[in-house]
Design a protein around this ligand. Structure first.
Ligand code: SF4
Length: 143
């Protein structure tokens, strides 16, 4: 991977490795969201998808995730700007808009854990999805 590749390339020009490296690991996109059927308003919760590791914020079944969780959205350069619930800090969103990555992003800091140390990730702030959770009680404003 070339140094500062995200500054020199557009999302559709990234290699697979560059695309994967761009994710900051915040885990916000892996939280359960609730949509109001009448207004379309989307609320975030502090309940994580059952596949999110609460230790390191990585998907426990990354390659099979779409088969296991049917509404898991596969991000691409074509849909990143259309998904209204992606957090403003999402690295894909930032690069798509031609903006720089924040200093806590591991590609800038050189430390894969800086997203956690800076408090920008959901690690330590969420619980895992289970059948007994009443999601309405867990609505939070993350963004
Ligand atoms: S919100 Fe964006 S940067 Fe954060 S974990 Fe999801 S895809 Fe990665």
């Amino acid at each position: 991977m070339k140094k500062n590749f995200w500054k020199k390339k557009k999302l559709d020009e990234l290699t697979k490795d560059e695309w994967e490296a761009l994710c900051d690991g915040c885990g916000k996109c892996c939280l359960i969201k609730l949509e109001d059927e009448d207004t379309g308003k989307i609320e975030f919760t502090n309940v994580a998808c059952k596949l999110l590791s609460l230790k390191n914020n990585k998907c426990l079944k990354y390659e099979q995730r779409h088969k296991i969780v049917h509404d898991c959205v596969k991000l691409s350069y074509q849909n990143i700007d259309k998904i209204k619930w992606m957090p403003k800090t999402c690295a894909y969103k930032l690069v798509s808009k031609g903006e720089n990555l924040p200093e806590w992003h591991h590609l800038v800091s050189g430390n894969i854990k800086s997203v956690h140390h800076s408090g920008k990730s959901v690690r330590g702030k969420v619980i895992r999805e289970n059948d007994s959770i009443e999601l309405e009680k867990y609505i939070v404003n993350w963004i």
